[in-house]
Design a protein around this ligand. Structure first.
Ligand SMILES: [Zn+2]
Ligand SMILES: [Zn+2]
Length: 499
């Protein structure tokens, strides 16, 4: 039995089989996107969470994750062989990304790729992370040659996960990635990317993209809590980019991993400062694209960061490819129109119903093609007039009085599976409409400490430092973050036996 399954693994992963597979997808994939002059299509890929070691036919219900990998002990019986396309408790197959890229018939003009490439498994190494970046880069270069790509970093792209210590300790990541991305980012972008993981790049006439390093506001990043100088520098840099673009008559598409607001895991104070900045440059910012939540969503940013302030901009949250926590792989195709003044006209959201492939034929090659389903089109399928902040505020207001409409929205954003966080669904109404520190607390009727506990699994240093002196915090974290922050972590604290 075991031998037969592994023979299937070899057969399924042969180039020949995947060539045939992609041929089917090309025949049966997405309808072509009509393109006129003055339009740009933007393919947004996020939260790929790819497991390069995924093996169809291996144990999908292993006792010690990560599952869906060849077991170290080949004599173990396989109770539930991993499916050919994927499993809801495992990392995503690289072939799922390949099929998505094949399914987009009309080549996109731009790919926005907002991080979290490595799987969720504990024990992911720096080498694993870099190997995944290389694999995805290779796919994009080979399948979409010549297409502009705007990559950015997610919290699962750091080792240990969530922890970006800043330069020079993150150079193991930023150095190799700068080499990998050099054709996409350009010399000017590379200098800031090498320094701290953010940059800007020209996309088209009067159109510029910004890629943020949102680890600088991530509530689970210890380093931004200890010292947020880098976060402040990034915001000052963003202000400079927006100022220059405004002077030059450019529009700016802002991209990044974690959306503003504690509901997505971005520290409240930084979210407030970001909201104030976007408000000042609302005419310059043409759109904001983020990921991290794995389900689709949005954030309303308000004038002057006030609770009842007029909505001035919308941060769109694109669903990811992650199957690990029960999601279906999904992506969006955005469209910008009316060059050279530019306007975000809408998007289409596509997903792959994983259960269609695996439950009936575990470990076996599907007989048909992978069918990426059009989940919905915005604004039309949401009965919105357009993509303006006012229209998204009206959508949000309707949730208060129309339970059926709210459920429909959650269903659409869940792409055939239950809506995913990281915030609880009970925070959804406040989380989408308030991103600033105090505003979200006021809306939820709670305080900062409770929010931090809720969004950090109660492990964050904020909670710890509210109870213990700073030296005790270092005692706790230095052994975990071994070697990453030598200036704050004396050598003796690297030794676990110390605590
Ligand atoms: Zn993710
Ligand atoms: Zn993430």
């Amino acid at each position: 039995m075991v031998e037969i399954i592994f023979m299937n693994v070899i057969k399924h992963t042969s180039k020949y089989v995947f060539a045939v597979y992609c041929f089917y997808i090309l025949l049966c994939g997405l309808p072509s996107e009509a393109r006129d002059d003055g339009r740009i299509s933007v393919l947004h890929l996020t939260d790929l969470h790819i497991d390069l070691s995924y093996a169809a036919g291996s144990e999908s219900l292993c006792l010690k994750p990560p599952c869906c990998r060849i077991a170290s002990d080949p004599s173990l019986p396989i109770r539930s062989p991993a499916g050919f396309v994927g499993e809801y408790n495992c990392g995503t197959r690289l072939e799922v990304l390949q099929s998505a890229l094949e399914a987009v018939h009309a080549r996109p003009d731009v790919v926005v790729w907002t991080g979290d490439n490595a799987p969720h498994h504990e024990g992911t190494t720096r080498e694993d992370v870099l190997a995944t970046f290389k694999a995805v880069t290779r796919e994009l270069q080979q399948r979409l040659p010549g297409v502009a790509v705007v990559p950015s970093l997610g919290n699962y792209d750091f080792v240990p996960v969530h922890s970006d210590p800043g330069p020079p300790l993150n150079s193991w990541l930023l150095g190799p990635l700068a080499e990998l991305f050099s054709d996409w980012i350009g010399d000017e972008g590379l200098s800031t990317f090498r320094f701290a993981g953010y940059y800007d790049v020209k996309l088209a006439a009067n159109l510029r993209a910004v890629a943020l390093n949102t680890q600088m506001c991530h509530v689970k990043n210890l380093f931004q809590f200890v010292d947020n100088t880098l976060g402040q520098e990034q915001l000052a840099w963003l202000e400079g980019v927006l100022t220059r673009s405004k002077q030059n008559g450019e529009r700016v598409l802002i991209t990044g991993h974690i959306p503003p607001g504690m509901f997505g895991g971005c520290w409240g104070k930084a979210s407030h400062e970001y909201e104030m900045l976007i408000g000042r440059f609302q005419e310059t910012v043409v759109g904001q694209l983020f990921g991290h939540q794995h389900s689709g969503s949005f954030r309303l940013l308000r004038e002057d960061g006030k609770y009842l302030g007029k909505p001035v901009s919308v941060a769109h949250v694109t669903p990811g490819f992650s199957t690990f926590k029960g999601g279906n792989p999904a992506f969006r195709l955005y469209e910008l129109r009316e060059a050279p003044t530019w306007r975000l006209a809408g998007f289409k959201q596509f997903f792959l119903q994983l259960s269609d492939y695996n439950y009936e034929a575990r470990g076996m090659e599907p007989t048909g093609s992978l069918n990426w389903v059009l989940g919905y089109t915005a604004p039309s399928d949401l009965n919105m007039t357009d993509m303006s902040p006012t229209a998204w505020q009206q959508l949000r207001d309707r949730f208060d009085v129309d339970e059926k409409y709210k459920s429909m929205f959650h269903d659409l954003e869940g792409s055939g599976r239950p809506w995913q966080g990281p915030g609880p669904l009970s925070d959804f109404l406040c989380g989408t409409s308030q991103v600033s520190d105090g505003n979200l607390q006021e809306c939820l009727g709670t305080n900062e400490e409770i929010l931090v506990r809720r969004y950090t699994d109660s492990k964050h240093t904020y909670v710890i430092t509210s109870m213990f002196p700073f030296d005790s915090v270092l005692d706790y974290f230095c052994p975990i973050l071994q070697g990453l922050h030598p200036s704050d972590c004396p050598p003796q604290l690297y030794d676990r036996s110390h605590i």
